[in-house]
Design a protein around this ligand. Structure first.
Ligand code: SF4
Length: 311
């Protein structure tokens, strides 16, 4: 198979059959975190890189041969929407299979009406948004000349207005760049304007184009979840799970964390559950005891309860 790979198991999309529409690497951006290495030559013009009939045939063969596919996902060797005719492919799939279709994209071409139109019949679109300011956008995504931050945001905003499927915005969180409080607040403002269904935090877990890219620590991930959830519910990576270490000085441990960022009550409960396995009543007892000290108050944000230090 030339265009189809998998299915691969994905946290967000279950058993996901991947479809790559592009020759490697064809992209409008040159992200510092890219797993495909640096973009040697930008591609900005859309094209039907391979015959669309050939691609549809391959997908349908794979769907026929492999049971249990949850999503057909367009993703691959660059910016997916550079493929001119993706809308035709989606329509053909919709005529032949009930499996939902997702598109992973950097979103850089959504300012073009014809690109937005081609994605309308998909079930989910997962565009990137890694920065809430032009300066950070340029540092992280390093777009081709002519692609601007404002154009990117406007494309996302317009797409949201026209699209009734799931809009799941992906944020790649990078230590020291977009994981600061200021950068996250800017990002939350922009996201609130776009109104995605959810925000998916992703981490640079794989080798990146630039060696300087590194993972944020658990504290920064939790801080990001808290700040971005002002804009939309945040789906965050398991790598950010909270660890409390040991049962000794639990109140102090929890207080130290809460001083740095609000603690999601659900996460606290899960972390305590690891220390007191099988002891849910004990976990509740510990939480009640800590809360009764009067150090914390509860705030609700994005449908989640957080413990914050009383000012
Ligand atoms: S948009 Fe995707 S493919 Fe393009 S450079 Fe960034 S990470 Fe790589």
């Amino acid at each position: 198979m030339k265009h189809v790979f998998g299915p691969i198991s994905s946290k967000r999309l279950g058993q996901s059959l991947g479809v790559d529409l592009l020759p490697s690497k064809s992209c409008t951006w040159n992200c510092i975190y890219c797993q495909l290495g640096r973009t040697k030559q930008f591609v900005s013009e859309r094209s039907e890189f391979y015959p669309k009939e050939e691609i549809v045939e391959e997908i349908l063969q794979a769907v026929e041969a492999q049971k249990g596919i949850d999503w057909i996902t367009f993703v691959g060797s660059g910016e997916t929407t550079l493929y001119k005719g993706i809308g035709w492919i989606v329509r053909e799939l919709k005529r032949s299979t009930a499996i939902p279709v997702a598109v992973i994209t950097n979103g850089s071409l959504l300012h073009l009406p014809e690109v937005r139109e081609e994605l309308l019949e998909t079930d989910a679109v997962l565009p990137s948004l890694n920065a809430g300011s032009e300066a950070l956008f340029d540092r992280i995504d390093r777009p081709a000349p002519g692609f601007t931050f404002q154009q990117h945001i406007e494309g996302l905003r317009r797409f949201r207005q026209e699209y009734s499927g799931k809009l799941w915005v992906e944020v790649m969180l990078i230590a020291g760049l977009n994981d600061t409080d200021e950068a996250l607040a800017d990002l939350a403002d922009v996201l609130a304007d776009i109104r995605p269904d959810t925000v998916h935090l992703v981490l640079p877990t794989r080798p990146a184009a630039e060696g300087s890219v590194s993972m944020p620590d658990g504290d920064r991930i939790r801080r990001a979840v808290f700040i971005l959830s002002k804009a939309a519910p945040v789906v965050h990576p398991a790598k950010g799970e909270m660890e409390l270490g040991s049962t000794e000085n639990l109140l102090e441990t929890v207080t130290r964390i809460a001083v740095r960022h609000p603690l999601q009550e659900r996460e606290l409960e899960a972390a305590l559950g690891k220390l007191f396995p099988g002891g849910q009543p004990r976990v509740q007892e510990e939480m009640a005891s800590m809360f009764s000290t009067g150090r914390f108050e509860k705030v609700c944000q994005g449908g989640e309860l957080y413990w914050v230090i009383k000012s």
